[in-house]
Every structure is written in C-alpha cells, then in structure tokens.
Design a protein around this ligand. Structure first.
Ligand code: HEM
Ligand code: HEM
Length: 178
C-alpha cells in the first residue's frame, strides 16, 4: 500500500475545504440580502470564519513547506503533472489571497474586523472608499476564479478515482497504515 497524506495534511485539507465551501455559500447569500440586522450579523460571521481560514492557511503553508506530499502516480504524463502542480499552487495562492483581500477590503471601507467579537484586528489600510470598492471587486473576482479552479480540482480527483483507478483520492481520505 502506498503512503497516504499525513493526518495533519488531511485534517487541514478537509477542515479548510468545509470552511471555504461554507464561506462561498454564506458570501453569496449575505450579499443578496437587503440591509437588516441579520445581514450585518452574517457579514460579521463571514469575516470571523474568513479570518479563521486565513490563520489555518498560514499554518497549512508552513506545514506544506516543511513536509513533502506523496509522489504523484507514475502513469501521469508530464502535462498532467504540470497541471496538478500548477492547480495546487493556484489553490494555495487563492486560499491566501481571498481572505487577505477581504481583510484589506473591510479595512479600506472603514469596518474593522473584531474576530468573534473579542479580538480587534488591526486595519491594514486607511479608510479609502474608492480602494474599498476596488478590493470588493478583487475579492469577488478571486472567488469566481477559486470556484473555476475547484471544479477542475474536484473533476481531476474524480477522474483519478473512477477512470485511472489510482490512489490519488484515497490517499487524501484514508488512514495511514499502522
Ligand atoms: C477563504 C475565505 C473567504 C471566502 C471563500 C470568501 C468568499 C466570499 C464570497 C463568495 C462573497 C460574495 C461575493 C463577493 O461579493 O465577493 C464574499 C463577500 C464578502 N466577503 Fe468574503 N470570503 C472570505 C474571506 C473574507 C474575509 C477574511 C473577510 C473580511 C475580514 C471577508 C469580507 C467579505 C465582505 C465584507 C463581503 C461582502 C462584500 C459586498 O458587500 O459585496 N471575506 N466573500
Ligand atoms: C475549498 C476546497 C478545496 C481546496 C482549497 C483544496 C486544495 C487542495 C490543495 C492545495 C491540494 C494539494 C495538497 C498538496 O500540497 O499536496 C489538494 C490536494 C487534494 N485534494 Fe483538494 N482542495 C479542496 C477540496 C477538495 C475536494 C472537494 C476534493 C474531492 C473531491 C479534493 C481532493 C483532493 C485530493 C484527492 C488531493 C490530493 C492530490 C494528490 O494526491 O496529489 N479537494 N487540495
């Protein structure tokens, strides 16, 4: 049996994935609401969970830079390897850039983030409406890019499992052999 990902890598992958799917759904839902206390409450939750993802991604990047993932299956062509590596790099970049753009946007719009209502985070930018609007567009565009890359990522995982019948999906799911 080949070596699966470590328990830490799997926990970070699936934990962050669940939070990101929740943030995507919440983000589109809350922006469609008309102004109300509920909308403002949902914005706060979105920001708190988004900052949590940002912190987890920093931990994940530190982990990934110090731990090698299992090698890709030998049947993959050079183009497929390139696509897999490029896709993973892009996902790491987006996981970092999206929450950062949200934090920068909130700062520029003059809405400080108080993490879970207890920890006030510093504003990264001075208040600037035009910049805030630009960052709002950047946040949205990066989210659409993330969704496109994720469709490819999930499609690739399913192709590996059902067509190539290799261990790429199972090594991200199953327990490490003892
Ligand atoms: C991985 C983390 C995050 C994901 C996947 C995410 C996703 C989204 C999505 C899908 C939307 C709706 C589309 C849009 O207007 O952009 C949204 C809106 C928003 N996000 Fe995030 N977000 C994340 C992190 C953050 C963080 C950390 C903050 C601030 C601290 C933040 C602040 C906002 C705000 C204020 C809006 C509403 C913008 C508006 O009124 O149009 N987000 N987010
Ligand atoms: C927000 C959602 C997700 C993000 C941000 C994400 C991100 C990533 C990243 C960056 C890697 C590379 C790990 C490494 O450094 O080796 C990875 C690996 C992987 N992901 Fe995801 N992922 C997400 C959701 C999913 C889902 C829903 C599936 C299943 C259908 C999946 C299946 C996999 C598999 C099988 C691997 C291992 C690839 C390999 O062995 O080379 N991911 N993911």
């Amino acid at each position: 049996m080949k070596t699966p990902y470590t328990a830490t890598a799997k926990a970070l992958h699936w934990g962050i994935a669940v939070l990101i799917f929740g943030l995507l759904g919440l983000g589109f839902y809350m922006t469609g609401l008309s102004l109300s206390p509920t909308k403002l409450q949902l914005y706060s939750w979105h920001k708190w969970v988004g900052i949590t993802v940002f912190a987890l991604v920093v931990v994940r990047l530190a982990w990934r830079l110090t731990h090698r993932p299992p090698a890709l299956p030998s049947h993959m062509s050079p183009i497929e390897r390139l696509a897999a590596h490029a896709g993973h790099h892009l996902l790491y970049l987006l996981m970092f850039a999206i929450p950062l753009s949200g934090w920068l946007m909130s700062s520029a719009k003059g809405f400080q983030t108080v993490w879970f209502g207890v920890l006030p985070l510093p504003d990264l930018l001075a208040k600037d409406k035009a910049l805030g609007d630009l960052l709002q567009t950047v946040h949205m565009a990066l989210n659409f890019l993330l969704i496109a890359v994720l469709l490819g990522h999930i499609g690739a995982a399913l192709k590996h499992h059902f067509f190539d019948q290799d261990d790429v999906l199972t090594r991200m799911l199953r327990r490490r052999p003892v």
